[in-house]
Design a binder for this molecule. Structure first.
Ligand code: AP5
Ligand code: ZN
Length: 214
């Protein structure tokens, strides 16, 4: 299955992706994770991305599209993929269409996870992420068993620099201006499935499964 998870920052794309990729046995392609890995490794890509990511701005389309083009060409994507956080602009969505046409592939579905902006600010300021494996926690809804430590690998939990409130508000504005138009873009193509992202995590998964006929 070739799937896109669409939604504002903090909607739960990463959380749902972790469950869905296991079930669908397809690679999880998160451009945000790819940029953070490059920043941690100190590569040229990481250096380019850092100034944008830290401010909550989008990394330029040319850089992002190039990154996804290389990733989708890898053999593990032949059985399908789940895109999380890409596309995020109409230009990226159009580039993705062209890219897939060139690979003789088509999208199966776009899942739009809907959450109210005020809920998002709360979710992101309470999110903690494992420095080692990237697992995601929430101080209230999904706390780790022992404070500050990842349940999965024992790694240190940290707050993403772009999860501080001022940056979160900027990310939400960027989403409204640049990413929200994709809801109509995919609705017109007949690919859009919207789910209520304010329900419990497990309930959201159930709704996504039902929308996808899994
Ligand atoms: P990215 O990493 O993609 O960030 P994002 O889209 O802002 O999404 P998040 O990771 O913040 O949220 P999520 O929806 O995955 O939510 P999560 O599951 O973690 O991008 C970061 C930056 O990279 C961008 O700002 C940009 O600079 C750059 N970038 C990335 N892609 C790009 C692109 N295509 N083009 C240009 N630039 C790009 O959940 C959030 C919290 O809520 C967690 O604590 C979780 O435990 C909790 N939670 C989840 N679901 C529920 C629920 N149902 N109920 C209660 N709590 C929940
Ligand atoms: Zn971990």
């Amino acid at each position: 299955m070739r799937l896109i998870l669409l939604g504002p920052p903090g909607a739960g794309k990463g959380t749902q992706a972790q469950v869905l990729v296991e079930e669908l046995e397809v690679p999880h392609i998160s451009t945000g994770d790819m940029f953070r890995a490059a920043m941690k490794a100190g590569t040229e890509l990481g250096r380019q991305a850092k100034s944008y990511v830290d401010k909550g701005e989008l990394v330029p389309d040319s850089v992002t599209i190039g990154l996804v083009r290389e990733r989708l060409a890898l053999p593990d994507c032949r059985k399908g993929f789940l895109l999380d956080g890409f596309p995020r602009t109409v230009a990226q969505a159009e580039a993705l269409d062209e890219l897939l046409a060139g690979l003789d592939m088509a999208l199966d579905a776009v899942v739009n996870i809907q959450v109210d902006p005020e809920v998002l600010v709360n979710r992101l300021s309470n999110r903690r992420t494992c420095r080692n494996c990237g697992a995601v926690y929430h101080l209230l809804h999904k706390p780790p068993a022992s404070p500050g430590k990842c349940d999965a690998c024992g790694g240190e939990l940290y707050q993403r620099p772009d999860d501080h409130e001022a940056t979160v508000r900027n990310r939400l504005e960027v989403y409204t201006a640049q990413t929200r138009p994709l809801i109509d873009f995919y609705r017109r193509k007949g690919l859009l499935h919207s789910v209520d992202g304010e329900a419990e995590v497990e309930q959201v998964t159930v709704e996504i499964r039902r929308e996808l006929g899994l």
